[in-house]
Each structure stands twice: as structure tokens, then as C-alpha cells.
Design a binder for this molecule. Structure first.
Ligand code: ZN
Length: 462
């Protein structure tokens, strides 16, 4: 990232602190909301000593959080949608959701030019005057580079969720050359010496703020630090997106994802071929040991014909998955880990407008639509209205940008991995699809065998 400081204005981030007179009340309230915010040395039930105020965490309750968002300096609908999309990226991994509302919005965003990138930390936003912003996204517009939406919006949203800066881990700060860092940030950010010290050179106390076991230089909450200010000359790359450690940590702080993905609440995806299945660990990015295993005996309530193999698996939401086979389907309760009563049923009569049989693949998209594939055609299904959209089926060819010819003729399986990326499998190959850009990523198709450790190498059924 060092080049970025020369070619583009790379703007650092500061966590906005509350006015000093509000800090004690805010810290006490944070501990009330989530006792895990209490710093070491604080006795539960007793008043918070002043010396511990700055060491108090600012996380929301572990049950998760719904936060309303508005834009104080106005915003066009397209930019608003795009910013909220990136804020909600966290919901692929943890129980948080941001929705736009003009009625007493809790997260208040401005885009003041020259104001820098900043956010208040977690529950501190409850104490910010209702007329004032809690986040600034300096000059963000629809022409801002897409990578900046990933890097900045997701980072600032992490602060709103109560996550501090990963680069303030002692292990990283110990590697920074203090004098060089002060000069560097004074020059590139216009920060005072004191501001550099507080933003970059003061380690997180080993208290309520501590995150994962090891510092993660690729965390979305980590700055990019150039090699030129490091004692060992090795730069810290800094995060460009929510990475696996961030995802895991967020899921531990606020368990339960809010966006539909093909990953089950236990963090696993399931793939089927013939009478076998594989449990794939999404975060470790490999199949769990001991797989493939037979379907028979492992999926309570599966009728015998489903134990012999399935056509398609669609994870519908956090509680339900559908398995399709021939002209029928079964609904599986994720919560109770068994097939629901009164299944199988026929597709015809229960899924208005859907292919009546022979479904190859299906997947739920973050937009609230599901896509079903059969041969060279697909159908878009509206989940809220519980019926296929008008005008379907349509040919895959011409409607899925970047699909190779073989994928235009047949999809074996499709999964949404988070609200950004989906994967499609056909034969012994797969492609990665960018949901935001609505296009296949460059560099695909690629062989399954070389990239999905432990997965069926070809002809996945579901
Ligand atoms: Zn920051």
C-alpha cells in the first residue's frame, strides 16, 4: 500500500472521542449494555474509577444490533445504497444490520471534504448530540474507487460496531520507528505530533479492547504502514476487506449472521455428490477431516431416495434449507437439525413459476431473490412474494456476465459465500462471481481441485 500514499491521497482514520465531560457516563453505560466492556481492575456493580474510563470497551450487547443510518448532508439514493451495502457486509459474519431511516438515526454520516475518515466507537454514538455526525466519509461519491468503499466504509463501520484499531496492537507498534512515524504522518496526514502518538503509537491496553490472539496485519481494522517507518523495513499491508480473522472475531462478539448465505450458522457449507456429502469449513477454507461421508445416517429424516443423492441444496435463511430431487423437495430445519414434517412435497403447486422438476442448482442472493438453474436456463424467484418473477425462465447466456460457455449450458451447484461473492460450479471447474459488480471475476474459470481443499473435484450435485 505504500505506493498509494504517493499516487493517491491515502487518508488515515481516527477514532472520534466524545467530549471529555461525557466520557465517564459513556463508559459506564457501555459496561451496563455489555459487561464484557469492563476493563481489568473494575469491580462489577461499583462505580467506574476515572482512570479506567479510556480502557473501557464500547461493544454493543452480544445479542447483536440493528442500527438506523442517515446522511446529514443529504445523499443520492445510489450512493446511499452503496454505502449501506458495504456497512452491511459485516452482517455476513455477525448479528448486525444497518437500515436507512430519517427518524432519529443512530448512525449519522457526513461526507465533509477535508474532514478525514472517522467514526465514534461503538456505544459512544449514543452520546453524540443528535444534530452531529457519528461518522465522516471524506468526499465519498459514486466516483470514489470501489476499493475505497471496501477499505474505508467497512473499516469505519467496524468502529461503529466497537472494534478498535488493529495496528495499535503492541506487537505492531513495537516495530514502528517513532521519529520516522511522526514525520511521516505529519507530512501525509497533517497530524500534530500528539495526534500521531495517540493514533498510531499508543498500544491498546491489554484490557477489554483485546481482540484475537495474534495481531492480524491484514485486518480491515489495521492501517497500512509503509516499510519506511518500520524498524525492520517491512511494511504492514493493512486491511482491504473484512478478512477471516475479522469475520471470526465479529462472529464471536455478535454471534449469528444476518444476511443469507450458503454458509450454515455453524460456519460450514455442505456439498453433495451421489450418496456422499462434504462439510466445508468456510473460514478455514478447506473440507473438515473425515469427509466425504455417506448421506445415509447423517441427515435425520432424509427419505431413502434423498440419501442416494440430491439435485440441489438451497440455504433459504438461517433456519431453513431446501433439498430438491426430481419433481419433489424437502425442507430441512437447521435449528432442529432434521427434515420438517410433511415432506417431501411436489415442487409443482408449492413454488409458483419454478421449474417443476430437474433443478440443477439454486442459491439465495443478498438482494432477496433466489436463482434456480436448469440446463441452459434460470429463474429468478422473489422470496418476499414467494413466486417466480415475471419473464422467466431466461437463458443463462447473455444474462450472467462472464459465464464461460460450459457454464451457460449447465450449472452443477451455486453458493453465496458472503454478500459480495458467489461461486458457481460446473464439471471440474468453478467461477467466482462478484455480486456487487454483477460480473464474473477475472481469472476464472479455475479448477476445483486446485482451489477447494478436500472438496469433490468434479460433477458436484448440490
Ligand atoms: Zn479507524
Amino acid at each position: 500500500m505504500e505506493h498509494a500514499t504517493h499516487e493517491h491521497p491515502y487518508i488515515g482514520c481516527t477514532i472520534k472521542e466524545l467530549p471529555e465531560e461525557l466520557q465517564h457516563a459513556a463508559a459506564s453505560r457501555a459496561i451496563e449494555l455489555n459487561p464484557a466492556n469492563a476493563p481489568a481492575g473494575h469491580t462489577p456493580g461499583e462505580a467506574l474509577p476515572g482512570r479506567l474510563v479510556l480502557l473501557t470497551g464500547k461493544r454493543w450487547p452480544p445479542a447483536g444490533k440493528r442500527l438506523t443510518v442517515d446522511f446529514l448532508d443529504g445523499v443520492a439514493a445510489d450512493l446511499r445504497t452503496r454505502i449501506l451495502f458495504h456497512m452491511n457486509a459485516w452482517g455476513s459474519w455477525c448479528n448486525v444490520r444497518f437500515t436507512w431511516s430519517t427518524d432519529h438515526p443512530q448512525v449519522r454520516i457526513t461526507r465533509a471534504p477535508g474532514g478525514g475518515y472517522w467514526s465514534n466507537l461503538g456505544t459512544d454514538i449514543l452520546h453524540v448530540d443528535a444534530s452531529k455526525p457519528t461518522m465522516n466519509l471524506d468526499s465519498f461519491s459514486m466516483t470514489t474507487r470501489d476499493s475505497e468503499f471496501y477499505r474505508v466504509v467497512r473499516h469505519e463501520t467496524g468502529h461503529t460496531l466497537g472494534f478498535p484499531h488493529e495496528h495499535l496492537r503492541k506487537e505492531i507498534i513495537d516495530r514502528i520507528d517513532t521519529a520516522k512515524a511522526i514525520t511521516y504522518f505529519q507530512r501525509t496526514q497533517g497530524w500534530s505530533r500528539d495526534k500521531v502518538i495517540s493514533n498510531v503509537l499508543t498500544p491498546l491496553n491489554q484490557s477489554a479492547l483485546v481482540e484475537t490472539q495474534q495481531p492480524d496485519p491484514l485486518s480491515i481494522m489495521c492501517y497500512a504502514l509503509p516499510g519506511s517507518i518500520m524498524k525492520d523495513g517491512v511494511g504492514v499491508p493493512g486491511g482491504t476487506d473484512i478478512d477471516q480473522n475479522d469475520a471470526q472475531f465479529a462472529g464471536e462478539v455478535y454471534p449469528g449472521a444476518t444476511w443469507p448465505t450458503s454458509i450454515w450458522p455453524n460456519g460450514k457449507a455442505y456439498f453433495f455428490k451421489g450418496g456422499q456429502y462434504i462439510r466445508y469449513d468456510a473460514r478455514a477454507d478447506k473440507a473438515d477431516p473425515g469427509y466425504p461421508a455417506p448421506i445415509a445416517g447423517h441427515w435425520p429424516g432424509f427419505p431413502p431416495e434423498y440419501e442416494a443423492g440430491v439435485d440441489a441444496l438451497v440455504v433459504w435463511n438461517l433456519n431453513q434449507a431446501y433439498f430438491f430431487k426430481g419433481a419433489q423437495y424437502i425442507r430441512y430445519s437447521i435449528q432442529f437439525d432434521r427434515v420438517d414434517h410433511d415432506f417431501p412435497r411436489t415442487i409443482a403447486g408449492n413454488w409458483p413459476g419454478l421449474f417443476p422438476d430437474g433443478i440443477d442448482a439454486g442459491v439465495v442472493w443478498p438482494s432477496g431473490k433466489a436463482y434456480f438453474f436448469r440446463g441452459a436456463q434460470y429463474i429468478r424467484y422473489d422470496i418476499a412474494n414467494d413466486k417466480a418473477d415475471p419473464g422467466y425462465p431466461k437463458p443463462i447466456a447473455g444474462n450472467w456476465p462472464g459465464f464461460p460457455p460450459s457454464f451457460q449450458n449447465h450449472i452443477d451447484s451455486a453458493v453465496v459465500w458472503n454478500n459480495t461473492k458467489a461461486y458457481f460450479f460446473s464439471g471440474d471447474q468453478y467461477i467466482r462471481y462478484d455480486i456487487t459488480a454483477d460480473a464474473t471475476d477475472a481469472g476464472y474459470p479455475a479448477p476445483i481441485a486446485a482451489n477447494w481443499s478436500g472438496l469433490f473435484a468434479s460433477d458436484i450435485d448440490a
